[in-house]
Design a protein around this ligand. Sequence first.
Ligand SMILES: Cc1cc2nc3c(=O)[nH]c(=O)nc-3n(C[C@H](O)[C@H](O)[C@H](O)COP(=O)(O)OP(=O)(O)OC[C@H]3O[C@@H](n4cnc5c(N)ncnc54)[C@H](O)[C@@H]3O)c2cc1C
Length: 803
Amino acid sequence: MKSQYRVVVIGGGVVGSSVLYHLAKMGWKDVVMLERRRLASGSSWHAAGGVHTLNADPNMAALQAYTIDLLPKIEKESGQNIGFHMTGGLTLAGTPERWEWLQSNYRIFQSIGISDCELLTPEEAQKRCPIMSVDGVLGAMWADREGYIDTTGTVQAYAAAARKRGAEYYEDIKVDSLHQTSDGWIVKTTKGDIKCEHVVNAAGLWAKQVGRMAGIELPVSPLKHHYLVTDSIPEVANSDFEMPMTVDLEGFTYMRQDQNGVLVGIYEIDHEHWAMDGAPWDYGEELFKEQLHRIENELMLGFQRYPAIENVGIKTWVNGAFTFSPDGNPLVGPVPGKRGYWSACAVMAGFLQGGGVGKTLAEWMIDGEPETDAWSMDVARYGEYAENKRYIRETTGQFYSRRFVMSYPNEQLPAGRQMKMAPAHDAMTQAGCRWGVSWDLEVPLYFAPSDDFEEKLTLKRSNAHEIVAEECRAIREGVALLDITGFSRFEVTGENSQAWLNQIFATKLPAPGRARLGVMLSFSGRLKGDLTLLNWGDGTYWIMGSYYLRAWHMRWFNEQMKYGVSIRDLGDEICGFALIGPKSHSVLEKVAEEDVSNLSFMDCKRLDIGLVRSNVARISVTGETGFEINCKMGDHVALRRILLEAGADEDIREVGFNAMLSTRIEKSFGIWSAEFTQDRTPAMTAMDRWIDWEKTDFIGKAACIAERNGNGPEKIQVTIEIEDGDADASGYEPIWSEAGDMIGYVTSGAFGHTVKKSLAMALIEPASASVGTHVTVHVVGVERRAKVITPSPYDPQGVAMRI
Ligand SMILES: Cc1cc2nc3c(=O)[nH]c(=O)nc-3n(C[C@H](O)[C@H](O)[C@H](O)COP(=O)(O)OP(=O)(O)OC[C@H]3O[C@@H](n4cnc5c(N)ncnc54)[C@H](O)[C@@H]3O)c2cc1C
């Protein structure tokens, strides 16, 4: 072992080994992985080894597909057998809602390129898995790319392949502490110090402690998990094909063949955390005693599903631990505020996600950004709030217990809730507000007409549909009040702030007293932000955006920081309300302490509203006249009261974000995480119309110009109208040409209550993008006719927001 490397990877489990392999493969050879015992001696050795492409999150599904395709290549490259059995797999649906969900997901998988699936009747499913009883099964989905591998062999294969490419790894070396220097890290180990530029935390069950070595509290915790392996089952032994991987969602189990028996894994509803501060250092290749009292119910369902198990003995019980983040996705990428410290942990399913995690992290470290959109596993998707132990316990526990439980898009889950609330929260609750959550904050969804109103869970339009319709009417015809605490706000000051903003935004900066859409790009010319820039005229700028991106944007700002610039996240200090609708201007006039009659579209100024000092911007996300009134947290309650009183004569109505999302789609205004993502470009999303091509320079300019001079993107943004039904599109539904070819997919959808149409925004091939083109789209699995329409079906000239 040398005393200096470019990268030290801490942990020789499947994830660390994959990171090592990908770094070496992509050209960084001066890299070492340190393992405190033997390779795979954390969670990795006792995993069930199941692999599959299917994941409800399209980006995670793509990551898993990459991993599965990589596994045989690793085996070949390393010469190490990984015991890969590609059996194919079944996912069973045991309730009508689940069957609807599975049919819907089948279509979404098609959108994201997973085309090796098919829907089966229970009888067809039974033929493929003859030891299964299909009692209660309504349908199933088959996927070709499912199977299992030998876990220790796979870790060894990654590590051996990395070594063949010039990387090093050493066993029996424990990292004891980390010390940041001006140009990297000193890694203190049981066998001496190593100087390096980058450290990677791939410490699995010990990730928490390896985070703390650098002063980082990662939102991760281990939980225990059971599986059993049976003795030989005659039906299995005599079968001339292998049993497929089978996931029984309503039974909370997964099953695969293991020699002539089967392995049955259980996602226990009665979950149990273990070593929330990280596994003990003396913990090795050990297991916990099985806890039958926690799995009785699931076990019974398992025996009913696979009756043959009851006739044979159980050969092995495994009750082991592995790690989870609050949403179950990995924590990957540069840790904000710790230069050269990279996270590759909380990888719940290291064998099916580890390849993708390794690739993503290596690209990030070497190229500065991953090839695909890594948001769903980015460590910066969480903020400081997620360091809270109770938050971690509640959310990871909730995720674990609900691993196979059906989720609905309109469902609100209880873990980690009511953490941060805007000051007017209680008053709004009294007024009927129903809350959702964004990051740590409760955000208003809509206002229910009575306390006993209960929104039914559904994949389709819910019984809150008419309430949202009323709220949209207030926005379009009267005046509405929306709590906008759930926006992010950053303050930029300093002598070089203008030059810096000019560099990080591809758009023109607003003049004093004006606001402007700010498009931010990465160095490769892909989207990094759809923000609003406000110039308060006194040398202070604000950047406003999506609240849940606060830590993510702040990391980027800090990475690009220059001398003479200061940036502050105002998210915990400033909140506010938006006053929206044709009557909003006259309501504002009543309470503003100066004349606001000439406050034009995209103007911004500091204003006294009654007794509240505020920063007001005339901005519209809904396409209607609207004012975003920002105030200090302490003034939120007063501001609400002032505006509600002033608007009483106009029947002012409080509204939530569901109404905002409906009205914005009627204007074809894109939003982040739907139309705008990190793997899309300005030309794909029509954001290029805002770019200031005359600017001397800005981040991403060269790539943008190359795109402008090229052949054009493969897909472009359009608005479509879907023939009416009982559900609206939500995202990733496939779009088909009349000839039956898949030509694109939905980026977001909603019912447009003013235009009374089911609308969606979509990315489709340019040849099919002209207005009037007839297409079809699968919404909740059902094929519906649709057509491309002129963008902004409501008020296409944009008159209403400028009046
Ligand atoms: C019962 C069970 C069944 C599972 N089934 C599946 C499955 O079917 N499919 C699937 O994909 N996943 C499955 N998993 C999950 C899978 O095991 C994990 O996702 C995976 O092992 C995580 O790998 P890792 O490399 O992140 O962590 P680990 O395997 O925990 O590796 C971390 C390594 O870091 C080392 N280390 C820690 N700290 C230090 C230090 N300071 N210095 C040096 N070395 C250090 C440890 O010794 C360890 O070897 C299962 C898990 C369990 C418990």
